[in-house]
Ligand binder design. Structure first.
Ligand SMILES: [Zn+2]
Length: 608
């Protein structure tokens, strides 16, 4: 059921003509006017037919909760089919609307129900305060939970070497940590500015918005695609080295499955749904797929901990339109997602420790500074204080500690890593979470030493955060450091690692020979043999952030030696081809490699 709630000064309606499904009504119901009303525009959906009692119960709970909050005098239930494209049968809809009316009446709240199945004219005057327009999706889940009215709030600390400090008074050495604290405490105002990576991702022909898709879905050009693939290879190597087993699972799930619906509901309004014959939800991470695989697999305590890994191309979140931005907040994104099954909480905590090192390693490998927040419920913190302090020590610098009064989510302890963007806002990158609910909910079991079947604890981990956010962090970093060094990507991620620029026609064959030698050494190299001035070719290489640029003329042809312009430190170094190959390979040692996804000759390139 979809409902749209308007707190109105007044609503008035008048029936005009009947449709063939119209309910019979008295004359006095032909028109009406109500004041200070909570108007509930309601569409009953096909999905609701499965459990009409629960739908009525949940709808009434949700509506009356808002009714109390806004202080209206009455509730007006207004049938409004246009809220959904998957409507229930008219009979079910009528029955549900009548039951809602009766149950609200039972609560001694004044309630009116506008006739079903009539063409009507209406006029509504919305009060315009923050709660005066709300929409809700009502499902047949166990309980409807909107934000509880007396929600206890979290406590925040700065944790250094096992000591807790007041974040308001702490002497910050790291500007990034201070910014993250401000953000977490809700003290950072939105500037509405566009972060610089959006301009950069387009300028460098990495990615762009796609206006023919929904907002928040991007198109990727060859260079951007290459960077994505290299980062994917990187995470794949990182997790398989530690024993994770890669799988691939579907991107959409049937909400008729109880476990999936309950887990999905925790995600609230950001669920990305699609409806045909079934109500389906597009995954927001790989959790469902992983849990279903684990639930259908047989394993014992001897197999644990066991990890399965999936790179979600794509996961989906229905972020608010106004909040969708570049690579930072998307509706379709790629999340590396690791799920680790552990026998019990103790072993989950050991595994959590290992994963802290793995996540910290990605910051080191990608050269991104992460600030860190450790979060736990008050109960978990009380029982595991020392362990949490030790976990924090692994980060090697002050971190934020958040203590939640009670468990709201499936996790009891969580570690979030964030890079800080040019505008001072966090980019959520790696995360580790201890999940104490999903083992049971999804029917995941293992056999213990005494041949008993038990539900495991599961750790969710994304070692880098979404691939798009990694690229976002790298681009934002170049904007932040623009005064200190020339902007560029890490060498192993640079689409072109070496560019050879020819001065005249007669140098092209030699340049192509050098390029082939470098390519054979697994280096991404291209040749700018266009009929342009050398100055322009050098400027173009600079715009593309090419790390090594070599101009090839008569001197190089004769001696075979190359003058290499090194972008990183603006040095010019004389060396031969082998030496150049050795330097590039040394600097990219241990990182994934893929060949250049573009023509080697720049004259053949397409302008995306
Ligand atoms: Zn997960």
């Amino acid at each position: 059921m979809r409902i749209l709630l308007i707190h109105s000064d007044y609503i008035k309606y008048e029936t005009k003509s009947m449709t063939r499904i119209a309910e019979k009504i008295d004359d006095k119901k032909r028109e009406g006017k109500f004041e200070n009303s909570l108007v509930v525009f309601t569409a009953v959906e096909r999905e609701d037919e499965k459990n009409t009692d629960r739908i009525v119960e949940n709808a009434v709970a949700s509506i009356t909760e808002i009714f109390e909050k806004v202080g209206a005098d009455n509730i007006v239930i207004y049938p409004y089919a246009h809220l959904s494209s998957s409507l229930s049968s008219p009979d079910t809809a009528k029955k549900i609307l009548q039951d809602m009316e009766a149950q609200i009446d039972d609560l001694n709240i004044k309630v009116e129900r506008v006739p079903f199945g009539w063409y009507k004219s209406f006029e509504v005057s919305c009060k315009g305060h923050p709660l005066s327009e709300l929409s809700r999706t009502i499902t047949a889940g166990p309980k409807v939970h909107e934000a509880p009215s007396e929600e206890k709030t979290s406590e925040f600390y700065i944790l250094v070497e096992g000591e807790l400090h007041n974040p308001e008074k702490f002497d910050y050495k790291s500007k990034d940590l201070k910014k993250l604290v401000m953000y977490e405490l809700g003290k950072m105002e939105s500037s509405g500015e566009e972060p610089p990576h959006v301009r950069l991702m387009r300028e460098k022909s990495f990615a762009d918005y796609e206006s023919s898709a929904d907002v928040g879905h991007l198109r990727w050009y060859p260079k951007g695609r290459l960077i994505r693939d290299l980062l994917s290879d990187y995470v794949y190597n990182l997790v398989t080295e530690r024993g994770a087993m890669p799988v691939e699972t579907p991107i959409m799930y049937d909400l008729a499955d109880d476990a999936i619906r309950v887990h999905a509901e925790k995600f609230g309004e950001r669920q990305y749904r699609m409806t045909n014959k079934k109500e389906l939800m597009l995954r927001y991470a790989c959790c469902f797929g992983a849990f279903r695989v684990l639930a259908d697999s047989f394993f014992t305590w001897k197999n644990l901990p066991l990890s399965i890994y999936e790179l979600s191309t794509y996961s989906f979140r229905l972020e608010k339109k106004g909040e969708v931005v570049g690579l930072k907040r998307l509706r379709g994104f790629t999340m590396p997602d690791l799920h680790t099954v552990c026998v019990d909480l103790g072993s989950a905590m050991d595994e959590f420790d290992n994963q802290i090192s793995m996540c910290a390693q990605t910051g080191f490998d990608l050269n991104i500074n992460y600030e860190v927040i450790l979060r736990a419920t008050a109960d978990f913190f009380k029982d595991n204080k020392e362990w949490m302090f030790n976990a924090a020590r692994k980060i090697g610098k002050p971190i934020i500690l958040e203590i939640l009064p009670e468990r709201k989510h499936y996790w009891i302890c969580k570690l979030d890593f964030a890079a800080i963007d040019y505008l001072g806002r966090p980019i959520e990158n790696p995360t580790i979470q201890i999940d104490v609910e999903s083992g049971e909910r999804f029917g995941i079991t293992y056999i213990n030493q005494n041949e008993k079947e038990l539900n495991p604890i599961i750790i969710h981990c994304s070692p880098t955060g979404s691939i798009e956010r990694v690229i976002c962090s790298l681009l934002e970093k170049t904007a932040i450091e623009i005064d200190e060094k020339p902007p560029m990507l890490p060498l192993w991620l640079s689409p072109t690692q070496v560019r050879l620029i020819t001065i005249a026609e007669r140098h092209i064959d030699f340049a192509l020979g050098v390029a082939q030698d470098l390519r054979d050494e697994n280096i991404r190299v291209d040749v700018d043999e266009r009929h342009e001035t050398v100055g322009k070719k050098i400027r173009d290489a600079g715009k593309e952030w090419v790390p090594y640029v070599v101009v090839i003329g008569d001197k190089e042809l004769e001696s075979g030696d190359l003058t290499v312009n090194v972008r990183e430190n603006r040095e010019k170094i004389l060396m031969d081809v082998e030496e150049l190959a050795r330097i590039v390979n040394e600097k990219t040692d241990g990182m994934p490699f893929r060949q250049l996804p573009l023509p080697m000759k720049l004259s053949k390139r397409v302008h995306f």
